[in-house]
Design a protein around this ligand. Sequence first.
Ligand code: NDP
Ligand code: ZN
Length: 351
Amino acid sequence: MKGYAMLRIGATGWIEKERPVCGPLDAIVRPLALSPCTSDVHTVWEGALGDRHNMILGHEGCGVVDEVGSLVKDFKKGDRVMVAAITPDWSSLEAQAGFCAHSGGMLAGWKFSNFKDGVFGEYFHVNDADGNLAHMPDKISPEEACMLSDMVPTGFHGVEQADVQFGDTVLVIGIGPVGLMAVAGANLHGAGRIICVGTRKVCREAAAAYGATDFIGYKEGSIDEQVLRLTDGKGVDKVIIAGGGVQTFEPAVKCLKAGGRIGNVNYLGSGDYITIPRVEWGCGMANKVISGGLMPGGRLRLEKLGSLIALGKLDVKKLITHRFQGFEHVEEALMLMKDKPADLIKPVVVL
Ligand code: NDP
Ligand code: ZN
């Protein structure tokens, strides 16, 4: 079968591979829609995970079941399914401990385009199918289902990591598709003021529609000074980080109130250390928590988050700025994600 792959660090291309083999608990899925992720860019062009050779890329997509293993109970050939970017081994000790994203080791619940071929193939393999697939409701289109693979659950995980409460003033650093879903999630969690950092006009317009109240630009001076000015020196209750690099933690700590929380979902593709400013961290005693997480996967979460779309409570179509028809456009869509033109939020390829 054909797939679009990372050939080595810095190089991608089309390759031929064997169709994946279906184990007793697994499923083989034929994609209906696919979307590239900024994480694919970190993986290929920053070599953030180390070298990978001829590994099919992609972890955002939905499709039709082509084959199931003998022990799969709830899915059969022909079912339209959604699948998350993170596909844990549900019987692992880490999943039992509540950290399914790290089943089998740190970040090891992230299998597609990390430890095994991703979804940008004519077929892809899903482990633990009963736990990792969800039936696609009629009210959710394939392109919307793609946003449920990663953008919605990751942005919402930022909200969970930051523990957003009713009336909180929340700073969202980065309003690409992940940050935009953090804005939408914070709004659904009852946040008060939502201050956003990002410059692209198209993203600012979408953020405003999702509940953002204020905007600042990281190119127009330091983030913390701008936030402190906007809040009369008080700072914010919570920070969600969904953009920038290792340097974003310093301003985040500086403009966070004592007792506040930072929830990071940004994939730090480069740099060795994160700097925590000593004085603004209360000389170590400010009760400012810094948390970071890989989004949890799984069927239950897909079904619950999907219900928000099906009920009209969350509109993910605002994220999709570029649409392609045909598998061969996967390459073009990925290059858009790499180049980030001013009018881009997220591209989707419908097959
Ligand atoms: P985008 O590149 O589309 O958006 C990044 C945002 O950050 C933009 O708003 C950009 O602003 C802003 N930004 C860029 N540089 C800075 C800076 N120096 N300081 C502050 N803000 C800055 O990314 P995505 O939304 O697609 O993804 C966000 C991150 O989430 C990525 O690192 C991705 O890999 C990661 N991710 C993590 C997952 C997880 O499970 N934890 C899963 C999926 C993705 P501008 O408007 O100027 O472009
Ligand atoms: Zn992703």
